[in-house]
Design a binder for this molecule. Sequence first.
Ligand code: NIG
Ligand code: FE
Length: 431
Amino acid sequence: MPIMLIHNAKQLLTLRGGPQRGEILGNLGIIENGAVLFRDARIVEVDASSDLIARHPAEARLDAGGKVVMPGFVDAHTHPMWAGDRAAEFERRLQGKTYLEILEAGGGILSTVKATRNASTEELLNQTRPRLLQMFAHGSTTIEAKTGYGLDLETELRLLKSLVALDNEGPWDLAITFLGAHAIPAEFKGRGDEFTKELCANWLPEVKNWWHENVAGRPLAFVDVFCETGAFSLEQSRQILETATDLGFPTKIHADEFDNLGGTNLAMELGAISADHLVSTSTAEISKLGESEMVAVALPATPFGLAETKYANAKAILAANGLLAVASDLNPGTAWCENMQFSLALACRFLKLTPAQAIAASTINGAAAVRRQANVGSIEVGKQADLLILDVDDYRHLGYRFGTNLVHTVIKKGVPYPVQTWPNGLDPIDI
Ligand code: NIG
Ligand code: FE
């Protein structure tokens, strides 16, 4: 890979200086008319265009054309691998059924589990790959990706293996999470404690062994649990996360999506990397986030997707000096949206973040939520060259505009991928 110099960025958003806590969130570290030099997928210099061009007059150049250049999004919470869809369930919810009622009746997550178990590995890969491609084309260069629609050991391992295969395929980077505790599977209905025991005694050790044998050299996957009424109780979640921690897994939790069971407290107590959703988190728990290293991950596409009006209290999290990230929660039940820019637009309106805050929450703070802040999430010397050229000259268009793709070019590990496929208008197909 040769050296490449991207220059003429009207605003180069560096996001330098590490994850951004509390009220300092939104520090974009802008270089006007900036430039970035990278070599072999790594950033080697970041400066004003005139200075970098003067120092490296002979390097291959990519003209950013006066557009905004920023780090790729780090989408820290997604469920991208499933089969089938839940369009009929969406319609039932609009007619008055709630998400938890549908889950209780064996639908919801469990209906996706049925479809996923019945799908071949090849079908799963073929349904997941286009979603990852869409996410990538909308600017997500690092994507956390959970299992959780298998819920028997064999299928969960198949999902894990398939996610590892898609990570190897790239161009995206995946941060993989084992979510065997996504719901109580139908065969354990009414026996959640037994399922929890089975997961702790057999599944987690098995996953650890599988990982060590098959994914040599990479840090262990995360372990996550859906702590919620109708899914895993606080006590069951504690058992799962404690066992995972003892085995050496970094952990995450789905907490307070609907009911406040105390999952956020539990996650802080156990040293989890992140707690996600946090819609109904108590004031007492929020006030503790400032003393915790744990990242609070808000997922505004989920209440939006469920047509609910209550969102994570981001303002309170920031006032408490918490570390806030914003992610998509891509999944077939509550938030089928591959476009992180839409989550930013929702974050501005319903979490009351400024565009600058939403950008920091979905880049450098997203990186912290998957423990990759040393490698991605900002444009700094030594980091991986994961950049976006946006088709705008003012970063505030992110958040302000929604629904269309503002990404012009994705640069992943130093390789540019043009996103605009119809730059010169549409040519009709000859029939
Ligand atoms: O984060 N809450 C649990 N998991 C997903 C929803 C999964 C589903 O409904 O399929 C979420 O919202
Ligand atoms: Fe989720």
